[in-house]
Write a protein that binds this ligand. Structure first.
Ligand SMILES: [Zn+2]
Length: 68
């Protein structure tokens, strides 16, 4: 290999474009229940289901308005 004219500056070594551009992206899939974008293998934050089961309670802001 030919000699490099410049060393890579220290500020550039930690974040090289090709190595890191994908890390900033969040992969999402469509929820089977509510069709909201969610992360694969994660509980859906919209409806609280995972693999077709209700896993967590989701507080519904729209339904909680009226008392009684
Ligand atoms: Zn959902």
């Amino acid at each position: 290999m030919a000699n490099l004219k410049w060393k890579t500056p220290r500020s550039k070594t930690r974040s090289r474009r090709a190595a890191n551009w994908k890390l900033n992206r969040v992969t999402t899939v469509e929820c089977a229940q509510c069709h909201a974008p969610k992360r694969p293998h994660f509980i859906c934050e919209q409806c609280g289901t995972y693999a077709g089961r209700q896993v967590i309670e989701v507080k519904d802001d729209h339904a909680g308005q009226k008392h009684g």
